[in-house]
Write a protein that binds this ligand. Sequence first.
Ligand code: R5P
Length: 298
Amino acid sequence: MTILLIPMPGDEEFAEALARSSGAEAVGLAHRSFPDGESYLRVDRNLDAESVAIVARLADPDSKTPALLFAADLARDLGARRVGLVAPYLPYMRQDQRFNPGEAITSKTYARWLSSHFDWLVTVDPHLHRYGSLQEIYSIETRVVPAAPLLADWIADHVERPAIVGPDAESRQWVEAVAACNDLPWRVMEKSRRGDRDVTVSGNGLAEFRERRPVLVDDIASSGATLAEAADALKSAGLQVPACVVVHGLFGEGCGRTLAEAGIDEIVCTDSVDVAEAVIPLAEALAPHVRELAEPET
Ligand code: R5P
């Protein structure tokens, strides 16, 4: 049976690539906003008894989530027997505890919303730090696709004599995995965060990488402060300006300037977010997992 992929607005090309890799069919979603800002959605294909996956790149989730949930309910309302979500970037994973009294643990609420609208979820390297797995907060079947082999391939093709460096303890899982792919040396620095854009990064034992090109690897770049501070720490240790490779290039306001001020002129990411730096395509890595969850009986 054919899997039908329904892209959210802006994700049509990404869904087409995934359809080619997975043998699925991409189906259009008509979406517009009424004058008062509410969403209008329409699917012009019969979905009766079909296995459907909504494809959504969820950077800037507050502007996208209502339409996403409407689309899931629409597919079910039009008769789909199974409705999954392909969200290569899964948002709201970093607020995973109450850091200060009274704060919302939005990761749990967001997980409840998605779990109540979808039957399954495929994503890429979610920010699992204090949660051991997605199943701690998601009640639907999930698959996590690791980007490490893809990042490692890019580094092998573009950087001579690389050494992999992580800016903080949380990055260790990605740094170790990327380094292991090509048996490269690696090290993780220490970060302390005082605010959204206010971090300090320091590291020991970096001098041994002076003859190599450091590559900073992290799951997310948002304000860019973490990478900028890490690049400064590398510079202080006498290392070259690093190349930066991240899974999810969120690149919030001011990020480009922050990176440029730190001398970073080379940063790439996967196409989990629709940005110019997204040179590492995910479609082929996602495809088998989408097939597996969309057609569980085969
Ligand atoms: C945090 O733990 C993540 O792994 C990233 O290091 C962080 O989200 C990057 O954020 P920013 O670019 O704002 O420093």
